[in-house]
Design a protein around this ligand. Structure first.
Ligand code: 5GP
Ligand code: MG
Length: 178
């Protein structure tokens, strides 16, 4: 276990759940009725699980795939280098793709994922992210759907980790080191 760490709650489980439902409704209103979802691991797994069930509620059929990219390692700051750790299972050529990620910070991760899928011939590529840190963007990339804009603090919970801890927190909070 990690010591001398406090988590200050930013978004409660209830608030997250309401926002995920709103996002699913917006996506369902605007998007073709069948989507191939690409969840970026590991951080997006809980958001993706909740979002696809909400999409099902709004009548969207999905197919699910995952891509593991890494830019952080165990650090609190992005290295800027995006590494492909584990590839997808299915081909994306000709498909409408929705990338799901936990948080958009510098944009390096999402940019790399979008370029990869476009290079492989995806028909369209859009993104939904739960969080974004608007002041930190370095790449010309944006998500069509964003849950919350967060302050420039390191956040954990609801899939987001520090050293692979705290992904299981049902809420999102700021990591404070005493
Ligand atoms: P980017 O490539 O946009 O700089 O960063 C995106 C990735 O960095 C996210 O998918 C996430 O894994 C990680 N990341 C960025 N900011 C935070 C943060 O505040 N907390 C955590 N736990 N991960 C973050
Ligand atoms: Mg990530």
């Amino acid at each position: 276990m990690l010591t001398n760490i406090r988590i200050e709650e930013l978004y409660s489980a209830k608030l997250i759940s309401e926002r995920v439902d709103e996002l699913a409704k917006e996506i369902a209103d605007e998007w073709p009725k069948e989507i191939t979802i690409v969840g970026l691991l590991r951080g997006s797994f809980i958001f993706a699980a909740d979002l696809v069930r909400a999409l099902n509620h709004y009548g969207v059929a999905i197919r699910m795939d995952f891509l593991t990219l890494s830019s952080y390692g165990n650090a609190l700051k992005s290295s800027g280098q995006v590494e492909l750790k584990q590839d997808m299972q299915d081909a994306v050529a000709g498909k409408d793709i929705l990338i799901i990620d936990d948080i958009l910070e510098t944009g390096n991760t999402l940019h790399a994922a979008m370029e990869l899928l476009k290079a492989r011939g995806a028909k369209s590529v859009k993104a939904a992210v739960l969080l974004e840190k608007p002041d930190k963007l370095e790449k010309a990339v944006s998500a069509s759907w964003v849950g919350f804009s967060v302050p420039d603090k390191f956040v954990v919970g609801y899939g987001l980790d520090y050293k692979n801890y705290y992904r299981d927190l049902p809420y999102i909070g700021v990591l404070c080191q005493d």
